[in-house]
Design a protein around this ligand. Structure first.
Ligand SMILES: [Zn+2]
Length: 200
């Protein structure tokens, strides 16, 4: 998130919120209509909660750009508010997937073939999949086993689908993106645990 192709930067150092008022679009409006919606997701265990078209860039990956990395984020927002922000056409931010803390539920907001605006670095946006995790970088209770397991299964699927090596050179934190001024996923994110699950 935080920077579109025009280089626009967000105000905050971590997370999604641009101001005091997060867009609280009712997430229920984005929940799937079974059958029809299921075909829109790239990951079969996700539900489709589409981001606004003005918050991402249409593309034809991996033909147009290789997909060779996964960028891990923590939202600094609730699951519902994160999706609401992505659905707000005035917020130039999106990610492909959002994982809910309590149960590992996964929303897909941007198709894999399209470029989500999540990394704060256009080069990285063009070649990555962005996964947001519900929580705050300094609140341990959000880093649940359910969230780790669901996210790792998603990342394992992405690695298998696009031939991404399941290592720390290719599965990186937002804070590790060159030029990033964000701190997520933060020191509470357990990389050893995550990589073990991804490669388990
Ligand atoms: Zn981030």
């Amino acid at each position: 998130m935080e920077r579109g192709p025009d280089g626009r930067r967000a105000v905050v150092r971590a997370g999604l919120l641009f101001g005091a008022a997060a867009a609280a679009t009712a997430v229920s409006a984005a929940l799937p209509v079974l059958g029809r919606e299921r075909r829109l997701v790239d990951y079969p265990h996700a539900h489709w909660a589409p981001a606004a078209g003005s918050t991402c860039t249409a593309s034809d990956r991996p033909s147009a750009h290789p997909i060779d990395r996964v960028v891990i984020h923590v939202t600094q927002e609730t699951f519902a508010d994160t999706i609401g922000i992505f659905q707000n056409p005035d917020k130039p931010v999106s990610a492909h997937y959002v994982v809910r803390s309590v149960d590992g539920r996964i929303a897909q907001c941007v198709r894999d073939r399209n470029i989500a605006w999540h990394a704060g670095n256009w080069h990285h946006n063009t070649r990555s999949i962005g996964i947001e995790h519900e929580g705050w970088v300094d609140r341990p209770r959000y880093f649940t086993a359910a969230m780790y397991e669901a996210s790792a299964a998603l990342t394992a699927h992405l690695c298998a689908t696009y031939g991404i090596p399941g290592d720390r050179d290719h599965i990186i934190g937002h804070s590790e993106v060159p030029g990033a001024d964000h701190t997520d996923p933060g020191p509470l994110w357990d990389w050893d645990r995550y990589l073990h699950l991804v490669n388990g």
